[in-house]
Design a protein around this ligand. Sequence first.
Ligand SMILES: [Zn+2]
Length: 67
Amino acid sequence: MDIQVGDIIKMKKNHPCGSFEWEVLRIGADFRLKCMGCGHQIMIPRRQAEKNIKKVEKSDKINDITT
Ligand SMILES: [Zn+2]
């Protein structure tokens, strides 16, 4: 699954605040996610995150990486 920092992911289960959307803050063995509804941050193992993702919305940020 192609997930990058800055992407918004939609989970199958919603957060207690009602939001299904999380912003990806960091990627590694664990994902650091921020709830788009209440701003709560969590760390979850990559495998668990990928299992619960319903949809990935790519960020609109322009990757200005030129060599
Ligand atoms: Zn929340």
